[in-house]
Write a protein that binds this ligand. Structure first.
Ligand code: FES
Length: 93
């Protein structure tokens, strides 16, 4: 599924720090030959836990060397949107 079709109102890549936006077309999981973009797509399309990403992509199911990278992507992509600060009401009565 195309990442932009999943949630057209937001681009999940916008939630990632620039360092995590690099090498999207390279393997994140070398053990299982899974691209970083495939992991990002899985998370953007609803995988919110390591187990769900494993089931959808097979990433992190080898020796486990990329578990922290997958968890970091989940953490960034599943983080709630920052709340807009409410304007403080002025109580001048
Ligand atoms: S690189 Fe992903 S399990 Fe080893």
């Amino acid at each position: 599924m195309d990442i932009l079709k999943a949630r057209p109102e937001t681009n999940p890549l916008d939630k990632l720090p620039s360092v995590l936006k690099q090498n999207l077309d390279k393997n994140l999981c070398t053990c299982m030959d899974v691209l970083k973009m495939d992991v990002i797509n899985a998370i953007a399309n609803g995988a919110t836990t390591l187990d769900e990403v494993k089931k959808q992509t097979y990433a992190a199911t080898g020796a486990g060397c990329c578990v922290q990278q997958v968890e970091r992507l989940i953490e960034c992509l599943c983080a709630p949107e920052p709340r807009k600060r409410r304007a403080r009401r002025k109580h001048r009565e």
